[in-house]
Design a binder for this molecule. Structure first.
Ligand SMILES: C[S@@+](CC[C@H](N)C(=O)[O-])C[C@H]1O[C@@H](n2cnc3c(N)ncnc32)[C@H](O)[C@@H]1O
Length: 428
């Protein structure tokens, strides 16, 4: 039976053909904001950059063997996949499909059947087929693998209890907190957890009671609120991981448009997990801030105060790699696509990784984050020098500087605040 509204109209996300419902507007390229603003329906086009980065990370794990030894299989789960765009993109765009076992799960049977129908309509025909392993509670698995994706219509928590995975994606409506514990337990001895949180009012500190309930945190709605939001979510993941004897290592942690997205490596190790709070603390506002293990003065937190990126992995997330893996090719373009569509979708892929590889070294170590707007006020200068001039000024003095993938113009540097102010005053 065809899903209601099928086939809708076809759009290309990355290299993958997706079907939008007829009432869902053709996405403007580079959409931003929550689904309601970018075209309602099952698919939120504003999440395309997060899905592109997910494809790139999985491809990187396979290519560089940092998750499992060479030639071993990776079991990947999109626990809340809706219409299955992410698992379909993993399936189409990640090389070495023989090393993947992709499972797509959602509670909503309409969304799932839309995803299955889309997958069936755009087959890969590369001969990939596999038999799912029996779950922890069922002797005989259901063979629901279709063209390399296992589709499951069920509760993500039940599925994650039943089977172990090495890669789990959690992309719920709002807060991910209710899924974290089960997902972290489901992850094998070593695995990747990717988490989206759209409850930014809580994470950024404007919804104080939700922040306290869900994350046990307090926030300050200033220029650092987006970095705080990312770090508060990481702090909660580190805490829950430690409860299960697992340590957390951030790979890529971003605030992108209207959501927080973190990808972390979890590793079973009682010893390392015992020191989980080594990187937990508070951001104390003090010209402009420092991290401390105890709150004092004006503070936000508790939060993760350690690195946000893995230097090597994030360092390889270049524009060239994004284009190579995820930009549409001649054979992918929908019939009605114009040169304009092609050019803009390429730009969207580029935007997905903008500033990531350049800032990888700084964001994987100790750094100072500087919001350009606050810098003008702090330095008492009317006109803030361009990023280029600030970078040149800091590099002349032997420091590193890189613009960050943030909603507002911000840069990271290993210089101290006084040096940054000095450079801002002298750079013309
Ligand atoms: C924000 S959407 C997911 C979007 C999707 N990841 C994408 O990239 O298009 C959240 C999804 O979670 C599903 N959901 C909510 N609770 C669930 C649960 N307990 N188990 C499985 N799916 C659930 C909803 O049906 C919805 O499709």
């Amino acid at each position: 039976m065809e899903p209601e509204g099928w086939p809708g109209h076809i759009w290309l996300e990355g290299r993958t053909s997706v079907h939008l419902k007829d009432h869902q507007m053709r996405p403007s390229h580079m959409p931003r904001g929550p689904a309601a603003k970018t075209g309602e329906g099952f698919l939120n086009p504003a999440m395309a950059p997060a899905r592109t980065r997910s494809v790139m990370l999985l491809a990187d794990a396979i290519e560089n063997n940092w998750l499992v030894p060479e030639e071993k299989i990776i079991r990947v789960l999109d626990a809340l996949c809706a219409t299955g765009v992410r698992p379909r993109r993993w399936r189409k765009e990640v090389p070495r499909q023989d090393r993947l076992r992709i499972t797509a799960n959602d509670l909503d049977s309409d969304a799932l059947s839309w995803g299955m129908k889309s997958h069936e309509t755009h087959p890969l025909n590369d001969g990939i087929h596999w038999i799912p392993e029996p779950s922890r509670f069922e002797a005989k698995p259901k063979d629901s693998v279709k063209d390399g994706i296992q589709w499951i219509n069920g509760d993500a928590k039940k599925l994650m209890v039943e089977a172990p995975f090495q890669w789990i994606d959690l992309d719920p409506f709002g807060s991910p907190v209710s899924f974290l514990d089960t997902a972290i337990q489901s992850i094998s001895r070593i695995g990747v957890l990717e988490v989206t949180a759209t409850d930014t009012a809580a994470l950024c500190g404007s919804a104080k009671t939700s922040a306290s309930r869900r994350y046990g945190s307090v926030g300050i709605t200033d220029a650092y609120m987006h970095d705080d939001a990312t770090r508060i979510l990481l702090g909660v993941i580190a805490r829950i991981a430690a409860m299960h004897d697992k340590s957390m290592h951030p790979i890529l942690s971003l605030f992108d448009g209207h959501h927080v997205r973190v990808s972390v490596l979890l590793r079973k190790s009682k010893e390392v997990a015992s020191n989980w709070n080594e990187h937990i603390g508070y951001r104390i506002r003090s010209s402009p801030y420092h991290f401390a293990s105890q709150p004092s003065g004006e503070f936000s937190g508790p939060m993760w105060t350690g690195p946000l990126f893995d230097c090597d992995i994030a360092g390889r997330m270049t524009v060239e790699r994004a284009i190579q893996l995820c930009a549409g090719k001649e054979e992918d373009y929908p019939d009605d696509w114009t040169d304009y569509d092609i050019e803009h979708s390429k730009r969207e892929i580029e935007r997905s990784v903008r500033h990531i590889s350049d800032s990888a070294e700084l964001l994987s170590g100790k750094h100072l984050l500087v919001p350009i707007d606050s810098l003008g006020i702090a330095a008492g200068i009317g006109q803030i020098p361009s990023m280029k001039k600030l970078k040149a000024g800091l590099e002349d003095r032997g420091f590193k500087m890189a613009q960050c993938h943030m909603p507002e113009p911000m840069f990271a540097t290993d210089a101290d605040w006084d040096t940054v102010i000095d450079v801002a005053k002298s750079a013309k």
